[in-house]
Design a protein around this ligand. Structure first.
Ligand code: SF4
Length: 320
């Protein structure tokens, strides 16, 4: 058991060597996901390139080595290529874009992103079929766009060196879709699937009952999933506490958040972000968590979830 504990601790300290800054560089998106945490109170304006560059300079001085361009849809910022180029010149070792894929249906656009310095691309794909994706993203064509983008990126991977991952947000609509999405990733040679619990903010808060899944259902659906699926796809669970999983193999897949700072360059929205954007600040642990083996490293559970459903679904883990 000591070996297992030290391996886990080693893994955590390895991860903490990376510091990541998450920059919101766009105020628009072609989708309007039921669980989007950035709508309806997203950025008021398209962020100014000078301000984004200033935030990047500051982050590099503070030791951040990874930059993520995210919410809303980063490829909608017309300066995205210049920003990626600037980030690499500044010294970020990973320049990461998280995208809904629509702009990357144009292979030349995708190639230009990579040539500008983007070396990690995560495409959000929330289901294994068109109908569910359309319900979740409120865009009838979003599934086709995402598959086309993934095909383009898979083709580009033969020539260029970059990391390609897929992210899904778990909802009441897609809990059972993980196995099929993993198989799709495997088929396309994608090595990692990141599975997020929805952050209960914005649209997800408005659609809480409709969209936010219950942890007991997640538990029922995820039991044994990692054992049944091909090892070639690494599944990471984010914002799902370890106690939801039945055994160590699956608990090991619970990702701890990297040392991450989330920044939006629009002054107008800065206050909102300070209050809400670091999800660790809106999570809590219960009294019973004190007895849990994971007490120190677990981030806890979203407060809104516990306010609605209590602590019954969370049973402290006695040992690892
Ligand atoms: S600390 Fe609490 S929420 Fe976290 S894994 Fe343990 S029982 Fe679950």
């Amino acid at each position: 058991m000591i070996n297992k504990v030290s391996r886990r601790q080693q893994k955590i300290s390895d991860l903490l060597d990376y510091r990541s800054v998450d920059l919101s560089v766009s105020n628009s998106c072609t989708n309007n996901c039921l669980f989007c945490a950035n709508r309806p109170d997203g950025l008021a304006f398209q962020p100014d390139i000078k301000k984004i560059k200033a935030k990047m300079r500051q982050a590099v001085k503070q030791g951040f080595r990874i930059v993520e361009f995210s919410a809303m849809e980063p490829t909608r910022n017309p300066d995205i290529f210049r920003l990626a180029e600037f980030a690499r010149k500044l010294g970020f070792s990973i320049v990461h874009i998280i995208t809904n894929g629509q702009s990357l249906t144009d292979i030349q656009f995708a190639r230009n992103l990579i040539l500008s310095g983007v070396n990690k691309i995560t495409v959000s794909l929330h289901s294994s079929d068109k109908k569910t994706e359309a319900i979740l993203t409120r865009n009838k064509k979003s599934f086709d766009y995402k598959i086309k983008a993934l095909k383009n990126l898979t083709a580009l991977k033969k020539k260029y060196n970059f990391i390609l991952e897929v992210t899904m947000v778990l909802t009441r609509y897609n809990i059972g879709h993980i196995p099929k999405i993993v198989l799709l990733c495997r088929y396309m040679g994608i090595r990692a699937l990141n599975v997020y619990f929805p952050r209960i903010h914005g649209n997800a808060k408005i659609n809480f009952k409709k969209v936010v899944p219950r942890f007991y259902l997640i538990k029922k659906n995820l039991i044994g999933v990692s054992r049944r699926l091909p090892d070639r796809v690494n599944i990471n669970y984010i914002d799902i506490p370890p106690c939801i999983f039945p055994d160590n193999k699956e608990r090991e897949r619970v990702g701890i958040r990297l040392r991450k700072r989330i920044v939006r360059p629009s002054e107008k929205s800065e206050k909102l972000i300070q209050q809400n954007d670091d999800v660790r600040q809106v999570k809590i642990k219960g009294e019973r968590c004190r007895d849990c083996f994971y007490f120190n490293e677990c981030e806890g559970v979203f407060r809104e979830y516990v306010d609605a459903y209590g602590w019954r679904e969370f049973t402290p883990v006695q040992s690892s």
